[in-house]
Design a protein around this ligand. Structure first.
Ligand SMILES: [Zn+2]
Length: 290
């Protein structure tokens, strides 16, 4: 019985030759869904969809009894008014890729609110138009809170766009870091966001905010992952219940609010292969036991 759709994210280091074995392992580990970062494979080149690659991926995805969601590829910045045409092209092509692959939902990052009206307007307009465009193709859009910003701003944005095809992704790990860093209540925020949720990212960390994420993002990206695990530095995406975020309480609030979407475990699962089944079972148990 799979009443709850427990998903896991495909590592962005997965090459096309490994895709099949990774998906097979997820099925064996009891997952029901997989989230794919769209820049994992060269499915978009120069803002345009590459059908030969999309068809190749689609054939492999169709072999497994999994449902699929997508994460927008790296570098997408819909506040970049200097290169807006290209960023919008990548956004709309991302929707096309999802539709072609039978992916139900496209997750997009909110990032940090800027001080500039024109950038915020570009960001708003792109999401509103893409929500409409994606609805026709049967792809839901969902905007995710990032640890570098107050989560309520993502919720406010989703309410402002006010489109039936655009909801909020709550990332419980990002929320934990953000709530501690900016000083607001974690579980109150989960309660406030729960009615808006179209998607959920479940992952863990130690609650220690990594300042380098704000002061030097390029250097931050080069930090060794195992070093960051060991020292608990920032948004480390370890398996749910391996860190300190109050995930049990958050899951309880979200389930009681009537959430019906994916329960997507978003962690560096390639580092935890022998334990992935246990992670899936633990998350499922926590949801069922509410
Ligand atoms: Zn996330």
């Amino acid at each position: 019985m799979n009443d709850y759709i427990i998903g896991v994210n495909l590592p962005d280091s997965t090459g096309l030759p490994q895709l099949e074995e990774v998906l097979r392992r997820y099925v064996t580990d009891g997952f029901n869904a997989c989230e794919i970062n769209l820049s994992t494979f060269p499915m978009i080149i120069g803002g345009e969809i590459k059908p030969i690659v999309v068809d190749y991926v689609k054939e492999i995805l169709s072999r497994y009894p999994l449902r699929y969601t997508a994460h927008a590829g790296y570098g997408l910045d819909l506040r970049n008014v200097e290169e807006l045409e290209m960023h919008r092209a990548v956004l709309f092509s991302s929707v096309d890729v999802c539709a072609a692959l039978g992916i139900e939902l496209l997750n997009l990052h909110y990032e940090v609110q800027s001080q500039y009206t024109d950038r915020e307007k570009a960001f708003f307009d792109a999401h509103r138009e893409a929500a409409e465009y994606a609805m026709v193709q049967g792809v839901k859009l969902s905007v995710e809170n990032i640890e570098v910003e107050i989560a309520q701003k993502t919720a406010d944005f989703v309410r402002a766009v006010n489109h039936p095809n655009l909801g909020m992704t709550l990332d419980l790990g990002h929320l934990y870091l953000s709530a501690k860093h900016f000083g607001y209540d974690y579980l109150e925020t989960v309660k406030e966001c729960a009615p808006l949720l179209s998607h959920l990212h479940i992952n863990d960390n130690t609650g220690d905010f990594e300042m380098m994420r704000l002061t030097n993002f390029d250097l931050y990206k080069t930090m060794d992952r195992n070093y960051r695990f060991a020292f608990g530095r920032g948004d480390i995406h370890v398996p749910p219940f391996w860190g300190k975020a109050p995930l049990k309480e958050a899951i309880s609030i979200i389930r009681k609010a009537g959430y019906r979407g994916f329960w997507l475990c978003e962690y560096y699962n390639q580092s935890f292969v022998p334990f992935n089944r246990e992670v899936q079972e633990r998350v499922r148990r926590e949801i069922e036991n509410v």
